[in-house]
Ligand binder design. Structure first.
Ligand code: AMP
Ligand code: ZN
Length: 483
């Protein structure tokens, strides 16, 4: 498989450190609020990557942290603690906030078909490991203590700006949000490993350390948690593009300084989901969530398809119209699958191989998910029997996770029951041809409803009304009379 590596800025052949195994790390959510659908775009694309690696035979171990401490509202070690801000807003403790939003994150992720990583580790459960790493960095001369805090000394590195050719001016932009500069830093890109001098008197979570009571900097958690569960050689590190600098840059600095050799080989960054008015941002407080999409009647699977239809290395603009289009495409896809007879014929290995080749070609090329969606339509069009088609769709759905098979089964079952109910429901004394036409339309409407294509269902109802038919929906099905 070829994968774009943001550290070399090229597409490379993916070759893991140990043959057959992939060690994969994902920056997890900061749990002071619900995840927005932009955050979830990143996790959907990472999920496809993980599942595709498994599909092509790798034994994958994926680890994710939960940022429940120490993430300040500016990436430049300044601003307010995001967790504390959430706790104040909701008049709860920081740990209550963390628990609530961690659970909410996994509920939303599950609705979008995102598999839970093999290991999920909250930062607050690894304080011992963070302290060990900070001690190691001090021993090796990569860190210094100033004004009560421990800082990483970036002047000790040969290369600091690994992802972008930043210059001093760019860095100033990064720092600008952060209200005030930190005079303790020897170099302006140095960053905090451990705080004992919190700017907030009411900092809630604190731990004892060799440098006094305090709390860890944000970046140390991913380095230490990854090292704890995945060892000294990481194959893939994932995150949204905003994580590249300074978060991932600082992770590389401290991890490589600590372990003494190159650390992570491939960096996978997902570009942002934006709205017409700009980036979707949790800290701005106005954002779209999975629950909101559901309240508006959208199926989370349609949002997943919306994401899969575009490449992860392009930013994506969210619009309701775009989501409506994805919904129509999703419903049509499911309806088409529902029409295939899964018992038709014997499994056709030659057809399966040809279809697999198309699917793999798409995803082998830097995870081209929109072409992989096309490969699903290729299955529908391919000259082979129903059994092979359904089996191939089920196989590809282990990666795409669009609920293709069970959603189609539901549509099939709904239209079958709609047929039986409506057959029994025709009023007596009506012309047989007319009754057959009405019943066919009622069955189509039931299928459209089952596929959540409410616009199509309403249009059929209007057509029936124009024919002088009055519908009555009940739990048992639909009956009809003439007006
Ligand atoms: P956070 O909860 O803020 O730590 O972010 C969780 C993940 O979402 C990180 O990998 C971020 O890089 C990513 N992310 C943040 N904003 C967006 C966005 N608008 N679109 C896509 N991913 C995002
Ligand atoms: Zn991280």
């Amino acid at each position: 498989m070829k994968l774009y590596n943001s550290v070399t800025r090229t597409k490379e052949d993916f070759v893991p450190h140990e043959e057959g195994k992939v060690r994969m790390y994902t920056c997890g959510p900061t749990v002071y609020h619900f995840a927005h659908i932009g955050n979830l775009r990143t996790y959907i694309m990472e999920d496809v990557l993980e599942k595709y690696l498994r599909y092509i035979g790798y034994d994958v171990k994926r680890v994710m942290n939960i940022t429940d401490v120490g993430h300040l509202s500016s990436d430049a070690d300044t601003g307010e603690d995001k967790m504390l801000k959430g706790a104040k807003r909701e008049k709860k403790t920081v740990m209550e906030i963390a628990k609530y939003y961690t659970d909410a994150f996994f509920t939303d992720a599950d609705k979008l078909g995102i598999k839970k990583p093999d290991v999920v580790e909250p930062a607050t459960s690894c304080i011992k490991e963070f302290i060990e790493m900070v001690e190691g960095l001090l021993d090796k001369g990569y860190a210094y203590i100033a004004g009560g805090n421990v800082y990483f000394d970036t002047s000790k590195l040969d290369e600091y700006y690994v992802f972008n050719k930043h210059d001093a001016e760019d860095l100033e932009v990064g720092v600008r949000d952060g209200v005030e500069a930190d005079d303790n830093k020897k170099n302006k890109c140095d960053f905090v490993l451990w705080f004992t001098k919190s700017k907030f008197d009411d900092q809630e979570l604190k731990w004892d350390s060799p440098w006094g009571i305090g709390y860890p900097g944000w970046h140390i958690e991913c380095s230490a948690i990854s090292l704890k569960h995945l060892g000294e050689y990481l194959d893939i590190h994932c995150g949204g593009i905003d994580n590249a600098f300074p978060h991932h840059t600082n992770e590389i600095a401290q991890s490589e300084a600590y372990i003494g050799h190159p650390w992570c080989k491939y960096w996978f960054h997902v570009l942002h989901l934006n709205t017409n008015s700009g980036k979707m941002s949790k800290s701005k407080g106005e954002f779209l969530t999975v629950s909101l999409l559901e309240e508006k009647g959208y199926d989370p699977a349609a949002y997943r398809l919306f994401c899969l239809q575009s490449h992860y290395r392009k930013s994506l603009v969210f619009s309701w119209e775009g989501l409506d289009n994805a919904t129509v495409a999703y419903n049509k896809l499911i309806e088409k699958i529902a029409k295939i007879d899964p018992e038709d014929g014997e499994f056709d290995e030659a057809a399966a191989e040809a279809l697999r080749a198309r699917f793999r070609e798409a995803l082998d090329n830097d995870l081209n998910t929109s072409l992989a969606v096309t490969a699903l339509y290729d299955v529908l069009k391919y000259k082979t029997n129903g059994k092979t088609k359904v089996m191939m769709l089920a196989e590809f759905d282990t990666v795409m996770t669009l609920d293709l098979i069970s959603a189609a089964e539901k549509v099939r079952a709904a239209s079958a029951s709609a047929e039986t109910v409506t057959e029994a429901a025709a009023p007596t004394g009506v012309d047989a041809d007319f009754a057959a036409k009405v019943e066919a339309l009622i069955a189509d409407r039931a299928a459209a409803k089952a596929a959540k294509d409410y616009a199509a269902a309403d249009a059929i109802r209007d057509e029936l009304t124009a024919m002088g038919v009055v519908l009555k929906d009940s739990k048992e099905g639909t009956t009809w009379t003439l007006a």
